[in-house]
Design a protein around this ligand. Structure first.
Ligand SMILES: C=CC1=C(C)c2cc3[nH]c(cc4nc(cc5[nH]c(cc1n2)c(C)c5CCC(=O)O)C(CCC(=O)O)=C4C)c(C)c3C=C
Ligand SMILES: [Fe+2]
Length: 430
């Protein structure tokens, strides 16, 4: 049953976004408060021991032309949650976007939730103690094709390439893990920050949103020995992310990721992006019984150091034109199909931002783990759809099974504190 308890007044979200050096050093940020100061050193030590690279005071702005969580650094923990929208009126859809904006402002910047009469449910779950620290949190909101049905009068404003994610040949999509009117990606240094943010959003939208599916994931920390370059490993034991475009290169991100003004998309979509989520199970028991040479031929890279086959280091650029028969890198190796590195295939580049996941065991007693694959692009057809089409039938398919996910349009950013998420979309159809 949906909890319809009205929420008590929410805290001021106007927390300063540039904490002083001293408060940064103390790990206080905008949150302030002695309670945090008292607990910080041990929490931080624990996080560092666990390999987390972040600090409780790390704060990512939620304001700007683009939403955070796409080209910002990927923190160690991430989750994707998809919702059905319960609102049926346009005014309620606007209320939903305003509430989300308000919660994103508070949760990502941190602060102290109000203390209220104990006869009411507490405004905050308390998962993070009396002070909510930012902890590198980003909350990224996307909308599915179904938002543009008859309910809200938005049909003619649908991003041109936004469709319900199709079933690809190797997919075994499970209905309860797919699609949704709204998708929220929540990323931070720690699982509890992500869950705290999720619970806050769910609590504040009882009559507006219903959770449809959720998948949590993680990025392993850099290992102290033997790892010479950046990309962390996936659950097949290979470095994953090596050949990703540079998310810090603004020009490249404008070319590949962000919908540009004057593009073929509706004007409201400028600054947004297409987000693809795929829950891809890995058959790790079978993989772990596969000879190393075969694993490497399937991926097209050496397992220990991530170098392209026949090359020395991870950063080496694979070359295929001098290997037309695939003697060094098989023609059907994952990386060669995904990016054949021709002049034409430059327009198919995508920004990958995946997380590993481990969900326990399946009904038949197999380890249920895999890749929460997430990627972003300004052109869905040229990006994910083309790359996935090239991967259809690849040898890696024997070891993977996509079971869920969806296509979403990542809304443009919130330009300033007077604005709200989705405002450009609603303004165009007011
Ligand atoms: C449709 C897009 C892609 C899906 C789905 C996908 C699934 C998937 N990938 C790995 C492991 C690796 N992928 C790597 C590279 C790579 N993968 C894609 C696209 C998809 N992968 C691209 C575009 C690339 C880059 C290719 C290049 O430019 O050379 C790698 C190599 C390291 C790296 O560059 O990241 C690994 C390893 C798994 C296990 C998987 C599904 C479970
Ligand atoms: Fe891949």
């Amino acid at each position: 049953m949906t909890d319809k308890t009205p929420c008590p007044p929410q805290p001021d979200t106007d927390a300063p976004r540039s904490p002083g050096r001293r408060s940064m050093l103390l790990g206080l940020g905008a949150a302030g408060g002695g309670a945090l100061l008292a607990t910080l050193p041990s929490q931080q030590a624990a996080a560092e021991e666990a390999g987390s690279t972040g600090h409780l005071s790390d704060r990512v702005t939620y304001l700007g032309a683009h939403q955070a969580g796409v080209t910002t650094d990927r923190p160690p923990m991430g989750l994707v949650v998809a919702f059905n929208i319960l609102a049926t009126k346009r005014s309620d859809l606007e209320r939903l976007f305003r509430v989300l904006t308000d919660r994103i402002a508070f949760l990502t910047q941190g602060g102290t939730p109000p203390v209220i009469d104990p006869k009411f449910p507490p405004p905050d779950s308390g998962l993070m103690g009396p002070v909510v620290s930012p902890d590198n949190l980003t909350i990224t909101v996307g909308v599915g094709a179904s938002l543009f049905d008859q309910r809200f009068g938005l049909a003619d404003k649908k991003p041109r390439q936004l469709i319900k994610m199709p079933q690809f040949p190797n997919d075994a999509l499970s209905a309860e893990l797919c699609h949704g009117d709204l998708m929220i990606q929540i990323c931070s240094n720690t699982t509890d920050s992500n869950l705290h943010a999720l619970r806050d959003i769910v609590k504040n939208t009882p009559d507006l949103l219903m959770v449809r599916w959720k998948q949590e994931g993680f990025v392993p920390p850099p290992r102290a020995t033997g790892e010479t370059q950046s990309a962390p490993r996936n659950l097949l034991g290979f470095k994953d992310g090596t050949a990703n475009p540079d998310h810090k290169d603004e020009a490249e991100m404008n070319r590949l990721v962000w919908v540009q003004h004057g593009a073929t998309e509706p004007a409201w979509a400028t600054g947004g992006s297409y987000g693809v989520v795929r829950i891809i199970r890995n058959f790790v028991e079978r993989w772990d019984r596969t000879p190393l040479g075969e694993q490497e031929a399937i991926m097209g890279r050496h397992k220990p150091n991530g170098a392209p086959l026949g090359m020395k280091v991870e950063a080496d650029i694979p070359s295929y034109h001098d290997d037309p028969e695939g003697k060094r890198t098989p023609l059907d190796a994952h990386i060669r199909l995904a990016n054949p590195r021709t002049a034409d295939s430059r327009r198919n580049l995508i920004l990958r931002r995946p997380f590993n996941y481990s969900n326990g065991i399946t009904k038949s007693g197999q380890l249920d783990m895999g890749l929460l694959f997430i990627c972003f692009q300004s052109d869905l057809d040229a990006g994910f759809a083309t790359v996935q089409q090239r991967l259809n039938g690849e040898p890696l398919e024997e070891y993977i099974k996509p079971v869920g996910g969806g296509y979403f349009f990542i809304l443009p950013g919130i330009p300033d504190k007077t604005a709200f998420l989705g405002q450009s979309l609603l303004a165009e159809t007011a």
